[in-house]
Design a protein around this ligand. Structure first.
Ligand SMILES: C[S@@+](CC[C@H](N)C(=O)[O-])C[C@H]1O[C@@H](n2cnc3c(N)ncnc32)[C@H](O)[C@@H]1O
Length: 213
C-alpha cells in the first residue's frame, strides 16, 4: 500500500503542477522478496515510484540515496527484472543528510526512509525543507510501527519541527487499512494547493490524525 500512497500523491501533484517532478528518496528499496499476499514489489517505495514514472511516460527526475552499495545493487536488479531500468538515479553516500545537502536543486517530492533513529530523519528534513517547491510534499515513512512492545516513529522529531517552527499541518496516514498493525507514514504538504491535494485523496487514505501548525 505504501507505493500506492506515494503514486497517488505524485499523480495528484503532477496534475496540479503540469511539469516533470523532481523526486528524491532517502533509503532505497533493498528487500526484494515478495511477502505473503504480495504479487508485485510495488508497495516498496523505489519500485512504486519508478513504476508510476514509467506509466506517465514523462521524464521526471528520481534520485534515490543510500549508504549501502549492496542495497542499491539489489534494487537495481529488481528494477531491471521488471522493465524499470534507467528511471532511478542512484546515489551511494556516506550519510543521506550529507548527500541531500550536496544536491543543488529544488525538489517537489521527498520521501525520508532511512534509519529508525528519529535524529537521522530530522537531519534529512533540515537538509531539504527550505528547497521544497510549492505545491510540494515531504513524506516520512514509519511514523508508527509497533515493534517488540514499543512504537518506532522515525518522524518524532521532524514532525514537531514542521508543526511548531514552520506552521505546517502534518497528516498521519495508515498504510494498510484493515490490518491490525496500524503502521503509519506522515505526509507534510508545502503550500495550500498541496494541502488541498491531501484532503482530496481517495478513501483508502485513512487519515488518523492531523497535527496542526
Ligand atoms: C527502510 S529501508 C528503505 C526502504 C525503502 N524506502 C522501501 O520502501 O522499500 C532503509 C534504507 O536506508 C539505508 N540507510 C540507513 N541509514 C542511512 C543513512 N544514514 N544514510 C543513507 N542510507 C541509510 C539502509 O541501507 C536501507 O537501505
Amino acid at each position: 500500500m505504501f507505493g500506492k500512497i506515494l503514486s497517488e500523491l505524485l499523480e495528484a501533484q503532477y496534475q496540479a503542477v503540469g511539469h516533470p517532478l523532481t523526486i528524491v528518496e532517502t533509503g532505497t528499496m533493498y528487500y526484494t522478496t515478495l511477502e505473503a499476499g504480495e504479487t508485485t514489489l510495488d508497495a516498496r517505495s523505489t519500485f512504486g515510484i519508478a513504476q508510476w514514472i514509467k506509466k506517465t511516460g514523462v521524464k521526471h527526475a528520481f534520485h534515490s540515496v543510500d549508504f549501502y552499495s549492496d542495497h542499491i545493487e539489489s534494487c537495481k536488479r529488481a528494477l531491471s527484472q521488471n522493465g524499470l531500468d534507467g528511471i532511478v538515479e542512484h546515489h551511494l553516500c556516506e550519510n543521506a543528510a550529507t548527500a541531500l545537502r550536496a544536491f543543488s536543486f529544488s525538489m517537489d517530492f521527498v520521501l525520508l526512509d532511512t534509519a529508525i533513529e528519529p535524529e537521522y530523519t530530522l537531519d534529512e528534513y533540515l537538509a531539504i525543507y527550505q528547497r521544497i517547491r510549492r505545491p510540494g510534499f515531504v513524506v516520512i515513512d514509519d511514523t508508527h510501527v509497533p515493534c517488540g512492545g514499543q512504537i518506532i516513529n522515525k518522524g518524532s522529531l521532524a514532525m514537531p519541527f514542521a508543526v511548531n517552527q514552520q506552521k505546517l499541518h502534518v497528516w498521519e496516514i495508515v498504510k494498510e487499512v484493515g490490518t491490525q498493525r496500524g503502521e503509519k507514514c506522515a505526509v507534510i504538504p508545502f503550500g495550500r494547493e498541496a494541502e488541498n491535494i491531501v484532503q482530496q485523496l481517495p478513501r483508502w487514505f485513512e487519515v488518523t490524525s492531523q497535527l496542526r501548525g
